[in-house]
Write a protein that binds this ligand. Structure first.
Ligand SMILES: Nc1nc2c(ncn2[C@@H]2O[C@H](COP(=O)(O)OP(=O)(O)OP(=O)(O)O)[C@@H](O)[C@H]2O)c(=O)[nH]1
Ligand SMILES: [Mg+2]
Length: 395
């Protein structure tokens, strides 16, 4: 199978350079309920797009830990590190209240770690695991979103680029899918969950995602519009290949009535999602993460944001801010600081005293040695005279 060009190598030059200069890193995360095909999706993505093969992972097993899979994305002369973060699915247990916590903590930890590195004096090479996109898998049922989905997506959407996807698209008919999509869109809007959408405005588009814009109707803008209309993307994951109607062997899922193809736009939105993630919008995902989500996080942590937001209440979705360090304003610390200063001055004085004593000892010793030397020299002189006298007597 040939690897389809993703379009990353056609990014405008200065953008391309910036990404590769900074050691290009793209981090994507999958999360959602257990058994929805997250691990399978990752494997499918690797099979269709990434030149560097990673070991086939067992999708038949539940994912139990957060796992990072690294790969290299290569297209023409463009190369980029691509990390996929697989997470354990949420269980069916009733106590699902904080199932999102582990995922949210992981995202916050990466921001934290990056922030700490920025504060170091030597920060040329930074270890960057900030999550640029989170795919949230939704179960394809007639009921729509569950409260847990809504809660999790709300927490995710305030800290990163959230991309909801409908799992196992092959289990719904085309009609059911349309209905399901519109229901989900309604809930997302009503709950004010902000999801990532390709930029349609001139400025951010010119920033990198779209390179050839002169009017409002370029193919690039049209493509962006199509992507937005298809959201939330319906995906099919599979690692098996079957022959389709046109006689090609393709990644698909097989049913008695026929095959459902992964990379067929008539069957699901896999290609659209892949284009958004790994194509020209990859840069937008990176930039919005750095400029919007990471900046927000940093401001909250550093305490630039007031405890109370505009509505006068603390936003419970945001990370907790770091306690401010105000040691010297505390009388107890002030006392300790003074005691420490005094101790230090006393130590210096004592050292000085010790040094003077030592210097004096050396001077005394030198005097004594000089005295000894003079004695010895006069003894030598006397003995030489004695020798001379004895020699004269001999002759
Ligand atoms: N029908 C259908 N089944 C799928 C699809 N993707 C995966 N599956 C199947 O769903 C089952 C679970 O897939 P996994 O990829 O392990 O699911 P997961 O979301 O990683 O599950 P956890 O690791 O428990 O969170 C497997 O039997 C897959 O073959 C799909 O698109 N359609
Ligand atoms: Mg899994």
């Amino acid at each position: 199978m040939t690897v389809e060009a993703l379009g990353i190598s056609s990014l405008p030059n200065q953008v391309f350079r910036r990404v590769s200069d900074e050691g290009g890193n793209f981090n994507m995360m999958v999360c959602g309920e257990s058994g929805l095909g997250k691990t399978t999706f990752i494997n499918t993505l690797f099979q269709t797009s990434l030149k560097l093969k990673v070991a086939r992972r067992n999708y038949a097993q539940k994912t139990t830990d957060i796992e990072v899979i690294r790969a290299q994305l290569v297209e023409k002369n463009f190369s980029m590190r691509f990390n996929v973060i697989d997470t354990p699915g949420f269980g069916d247990s009733i106590d699902n209240n904080k199932t999102w916590q582990q995922v949210v903590d992981f995202i916050d930890d990466q921001y934290d770690s990056y922030m700490r590195q920025e504060q170091q004096p030597f920060r040329d090479t930074k270890f960057d695991f900030r999550v640029h996109a989170v795919l949230y898998f939704i179960r394809p049922t007639a009921h729509g979103l569950k409260p847990l989905d809504v809660q999790t997506m709300r927490h995710l959407s305030v800290r990163c680029n959230l991309i909801p996807v409908i799992a196992k698209a092959d289990t719904l008919t085309a009609q059911e899918m349309l209905l399901f999509k519109s229901r989900i869109r309604q809930v997302i809007e009503a709950q004010e969950i902000s999801i990532f959408t390709p930029p349609l405005d001139y400025e951010s588009a010119a920033n990198g995602a779209l390179s050839t814009i002169d009017s409002g109707n370029t193919p690039a803008l049209e493509h962006a519009r199509q992507l937005i209309e298809s959201m939330p993307f319906a995906v099919i994951g599979s690692e098996d290949k079957y022959e389709n109607n046109s006689g090609n062997v393709v990644l698909a899922r097989k049913y008695p009535w026929g095959v459902v193809e992964v990379e067929n736009d008539e069957h699901c939105d896999f290609r659209k999602l892949r284009a958004l993630l790994l194509g020209t919008y990859m840069l937008d995902l990176i930039l919005t993460t750095e400029e919007v989500h990471y900046e927000n996080y940093r401001r909250v942590r550093l305490g630039d944001v007031e405890e109370n937001d505009d509505e006068g209440s603390k936003n419970p979705l945001l990370p907790a801010r770091t306690p401010a360090r105000k040691m010297s304003h505390n009388p107890k610390y002030k006392e300790e600081e003074n005691a420490l200063k005094k101790y230090f001055t006393d130590q210096v004085k004592a050292e000085e005293q010790r040094f003077r004593q030592w210097e004096q000892n050396i001077i005394n010793e030198r005097g004594r040695l000089n005295g000894d030397l003079e004695d010895l020299q006069s003894k030598v002189k006397k003995m030489e005279e004695e020798v001379k006298r004895l020699q004269a007597r001999k002759h």
